[in-house]
Design a protein around this ligand. Structure first.
Ligand SMILES: Nc1nc2c(c(=O)[nH]1)N[C@H]1C(S)=C(S)[C@@H](COP(=O)(O)O)O[C@H]1N2
Ligand SMILES: [Mo]
Length: 407
């Protein structure tokens, strides 16, 4: 990866122009070693195995969003999966020395597992798990909140294979006073300080004991790609994806709520009670995000599509509701005046998103917006407008909207 960047940076003008596909006007003014933007993003995306259409929001650390129309697959392929990093992607050389250390106040006996012991010592399970970043949709909050300005594409639903965390916890033995499991990964802190962790979050012990909570080594039938946590990753669906620790090297069984990096307020917390937009909220009034709210995304057609009058349009998308199931998805093409039900599939398993579709017949030529609204099994629906402002811009589950023209 680095070699490629070095190669590009040292390339002569002719090579660069050829790669950009046009003459670089003002090339004489290019600072030495500067990589034209047209090259840096697509090239890095390719190096990470990502499609060029994904959107790089940040490169230090890498944060990459998926445009909604690329989420059309029922199971998200690796090349279309969003990336959210808090630190530096580790360089992994020798998997034979990779260790997973189980410790913490509430473990009966500290134990260290090699990768082979993890893979060979326990039964394997595969689940489709939807992972949504707590900050998905942040870009719409006003006043704006700091952090990656995600649109709707910080979500994925891949098939994860691994061992149940609960099987491993049973083997090491968990004391009665255990309340939380914290994770540790070996991605570097942005400061470069080796003593600091980039992120070390976790889950309540009951969540750790769920059947679908995995220590995963596989994704979509292959090894987990490096950028998504190779060789081991904690995968816990329904909660913000920040609890699904990548590059897993340790687990701490805690007798208190885990206090690792980004567990503290305001990270991944929202005001326990709603607040007015823009106010300051004191740490004791902020609560840790657990189950994510109901949400849906329209994945077909792509916004801007032009259709012919007289042909019905099939719309498609997915809906999910944290730890709950989605009960219903409705669509509107008259700005929310009337709603019709979509056909909604059952999830493949708990914590997998649900596919929906509908056929629309437009009454006449012109501009339309298609809105989608999901309702969870408790009867809670997505809001039409951006919901409760919060200091870090989490949990915007407002209805997704796309625009089409009929001619
Ligand atoms: N070790 C480690 N695990 C991590 C992170 C990280 O920066 N380091 N980011 C978390 C966050 S905030 C999210 S949203 C998901 C993103 O997963 P993905 O990059 O595989 O899509 O990973 C989570 N696990
Ligand atoms: Mo996240």
């Amino acid at each position: 990866m680095k070699d490629r960047r070095r190669f590009l940076k040292n390339s002569g003008l002719a090579t660069l122009s050829m790669l950009v596909g046009a003459e670089i006007v003002f090339a004489s003014k290019l600072p030495k070693g500067y990589l034209p933007l047209a090259l840096s993003d697509p090239e890095t995306l390719k190096e990470f195995g990502k499609m060029e259409e994904l959107i790089v929001l940040n490169d230090k650390p890498w944060n990459i969003e998926t445009p909604s129309h690329l989420l059309d697959d029922k199971i998200t392929p690796a090349e279309k999966m969003f990336v959210r990093n808090n630190g530096l992607v580790p360089e992994i050389s020798d998997l034979r020395t990779w260790m997973l250390k189980i410790g913490g106040e509430s473990v009966n006996q500290e134990k260290t597992y090699s990768l082979a012991e993890i893979k060979n010592g326990f039964v394997h399970h595969t689940y489709q798990i939807t992972l949504e970043c707590g900050g998905n949709g942040r870009g719409e909050f006003y006043p704006p909140t700091e952090g990656n300005q995600w649109g709707v594409g910080a979500v994925s639903s891949a098939e994860w294979t691994g061992i149940r965390l609960k099987d491993l916890l049973q083997e090491v033995g968990v004391k009665k006073n255990a309340v939380y499991v914290g994770y540790h990964g070996n991605d570097g802190h942005l400061s470069g300080d080796p003593k600091k962790e980039a992120i070390s979050r976790g889950i309540p012990i009951a969540k750790a004991m769920q059947e679908e909570t995995l220590i995963a080594f596989g994704m979509n039938g292959k090894d987990i790609p490096l950028i998504h946590g190779h060789p081991l990753r904690l995968v816990a669906g329904g909660y913000p994806a920040s609890v699904s620790g990548k590059w897993l090297t340790g687990l701490s069984i805690r007798d208190r709520i885990h206090d690792g990096a980004k567990m503290e307020s305001p990270s991944y917390r929202v005001p326990c009670e709603p607040v007015a937009a823009g106010v300051e909220v004191s740490p004791e009034d902020m609560c840790i995000i657990e189950s994510m709210p109901v949400r849906s995304v329209l994945t077909y057609p792509k916004t801007g599509a032009i259709l012919n009058l007289g042909r019905s349009l099939e719309i498609r998308g997915h809906a999910w509701a944290g730890e709950l199931q989605v009960d219903q998805v409705a669509y509107s093409f008259d700005f929310g005046s009337t709603w019709n039900k979509c056909v909604l599939d059952k999830p493949r398993n708990r914590f997998a998103w649900q596919h929906f579709s509908a056929k629309i017949d437009f009454p006449k030529k012109g501009y339309y917006e298609i809105w989608a609204k999901a309702t969870d099994e408790k009867g809670i629906s997505q809001p039409m407008v951006v919901p409760g402002w919060n200091p870090k811009g989490y949990l915007n589950n407002a209805c997704h909207r796309i625009a089409v023209k009929v001619r």
